[in-house]
Design a protein around this ligand. Structure first.
Ligand SMILES: [Zn+2]
Length: 79
């Protein structure tokens, strides 16, 4: 069982973020989704953007990295 609101460890946090992103891709949302946005998804994007392994996942999900300009050098890479 994973407590999303507790920092269990880098791997657990990454995994939880990955699953959160996956859930939003598969089902289009989660229990935390609100009309104005999703705190859970925002956390997941934040978490994944800080991991090298998470960036390809964000790219696949077509979710722009916060603070990263679309024209950055990573745009041209094929993952
Ligand atoms: Zn959500």
């Amino acid at each position: 069982m994973t407590r999303l609101d507790e920092a269990a460890g880098p791997v657990d946090r990454f995994d939880a973020a990955r699953l959160t992103l996956q859930a939003h891709r598969n089902t289009g949302g989660c229990l935390h989704c609100r009309p104005e946005g999703c705190e859970q998804l925002r956390w997941a994007v934040e978490e994944l953007s800080q991991h090298p392994g998470g960036r390809p996942l964000l790219a696949q999900a077509r979710i722009p990295l916060s603070g990263t300009h679309p024209c950055s050098s990573e745009e041209g890479r094929s993952w």
